[in-house]
Design a protein. Structure first.
Length: 115
């Protein structure tokens, strides 16, 4: 299995960057400081998420911390829409039992595109 990561560029100029996850240190005027990098770019540590291996209904990869919208038909046979956060808990992603997802944003910058 290939692990793919995504993180928000720490400068804010590149937006989302993709690639390998690296934890290392950078030299500053006061000494060494920890940093997190994805795809060769320093990223905001809280923004890092791993690819779930799942895709939404348009074929886009779903990453940990994405906000996804899904439909569910209720007992009244009406479609209802829900938004959930993709989280990794106890060795599994908590949305794997649903299908028909559409990515509507992420928990880092909370930009939502809800119908």
């Amino acid at each position: 299995m290939e692990y793919r990561f995504r993180g928000w560029d720490a400068t804010g100029q590149k937006g989302w960057v993709y690639g390998d996850l690296v934890h290392n240190q950078k030299v500053t005027k006061t000494g060494l400081e920890p940093r997190v990098m994805v795809g060769g770019y320093e990223v905001v540590p809280e923004s890092v998420g791993i690819c779930t291996g799942l895709k939404d209904e348009s074929g886009q990869d779903i990453y940990e911390k994405d906000m996804v919208e899904f439909r569910k038909v209720g007992e009244d046979f009406k479609e209802k829409y829900y938004v959930a956060s993709v989280e990794y808990k106890n060795g599994a992603f908590n949305i794997s039992r649903y299908s028909g997802f559409r990515i509507v944003g992420n928990t880092f910058n909370k930009n939502l595109d809800i119908r």
